[in-house]
Design a binder for this molecule. Structure first.
Ligand code: SF4
Ligand code: ZN
Length: 315
């Protein structure tokens, strides 16, 4: 491990012999900046093509927070789609209303869309739900900040994407994000989530994750090499969620045993298929109904967003 790190800084690029900036573990190659950029973009293109994520006539809405992952996603998609005028690309930025944090990332999101000439739609929690995240969290009944933030952001993104006529909603989840979510599903023993069963196809704008095959480290390095990495503040609520513990576990394992994250995700994909099959055989997949308040898909009378909002409503 120590040796590999030392060698990565000084080794020549496997493809052109220029000084390498990265050792790409999934291919075992040392790559210079230009070849590293090409390798990440190729991985994204292959993921998009393998899963047929983007078709002619699509309108792709990118959920753009202004942080590095979603910025890299928008940047790469704008490059991959530059010769495909039949595919429309736009960005949706949700301003959750987190003082001392969102102002800077909102600025970064605005600057990037202006630079790339991509249309940007901005929706705030206040517009969508009547209050900022900070204001919601004043309520002693509020759940973990990231739970509330995540549920409401997903809802706001979906609604904005549908209103904009988007046919796909692209999010900047990397391989590590996918692995963290998978580990949390396993830790929570949530079989239905592991199986990702039956959300009605026409109820949501389908989500795509073009960075799902790229390790977080490579997303970060890509951002640095392309000048997209900005010294942005950290969310004051970060670290309070189970997810941050899952991240620590996985990154520790990955550091000590390189390749663990990818292996885990390969095993998880098989597990998911088997669990889905078993649940289907038992008739235990659980159907979706419509939320009686907002009409979105729900597993009970109310969807997750309406349940949370109801629990926080002043009586
Ligand atoms: Fe929201 Fe949590 Fe992310 Fe902060 S760290 S933006 S509260 S999900
Ligand atoms: Zn609802």
């Amino acid at each position: 491990m120590g040796d590999e790190k030392k060698v990565a800084g000084v080794s020549p690029c496997t493809r052109c012999r220029a000084p390498a900036v990265a050792l790409v573990r999934r291919t075992g190659e040392h790559l210079c900046a230009a070849h590293f950029v090409a390798s990440v973009e190729r991985e994204v293109q292959e993921t998009v093509e393998r899963s047929r994520m983007i078709q002619d006539g699509d309108c792709i809405a990118v959920g753009l927070s202004g942080g590095k992952d979603s910025s890299v996603l928008l940047y790469i998609l704008s490059r991959l789609l530059r010769d495909r005028p039949e595919v429309r690309l736009l960005a949706i930025t949700i301003d959750e209303g987190i003082a001392g944090y969102r102002e800077e990332t909102m600025k970064a999101a605005r600057a990037l869309t202006a630079d790339l000439g991509v249309e940007q739609i901005v929706v705030s929690f206040e517009d969508a739900f009547g209050r900022s995240l900070d204001a919601f969290l004043q309520n002693p009944a509020a759940p973990n900040p990231c739970t509330l933030c995540g549920v409401l952001r997903r809802r706001a993104l979906q609604t904005a994407a549908r209103r904009a006529g988007a046919t796909k909603l692209a999010t900047g989840h990397s391989l590590d994000d996918e692995a963290e979510a998978a580990l949390m599903n396993v830790l929570n023993g949530d079989l239905k989530r592991i199986a990702r069963t039956g959300i009605p196809g026409n109820a949501f704008v389908p989500r795509i994750k073009p960075l799902g095959g790229v390790p977080e480290k490579e997303v970060t390095l890509y951002a640095v090499v392309q000048g997209l990495f900005l010294p942005l503040p950290e969310c004051p609520y970060a670290g309070q969620a189970l997810r941050s513990k899952a991240r620590t576990i996985l990154s520790t394992l990955e550091y000590r045993h390189p390749g663990t994250t990818m292996q885990f995700m390969e095993g998880y994909t098989t597990l998911r298929e088997r669990v889905a099959h078993c649940l289907e055989e038992e008739g235990a997949t659980g159907g979706f109904t419509r939320c009686e308040e907002c009409g979105e898909p729900a597993t009970g009378r109310r969807c997750q967003a309406c349940s949370l909002l109801a629990s926080l409503r002043d009586e």
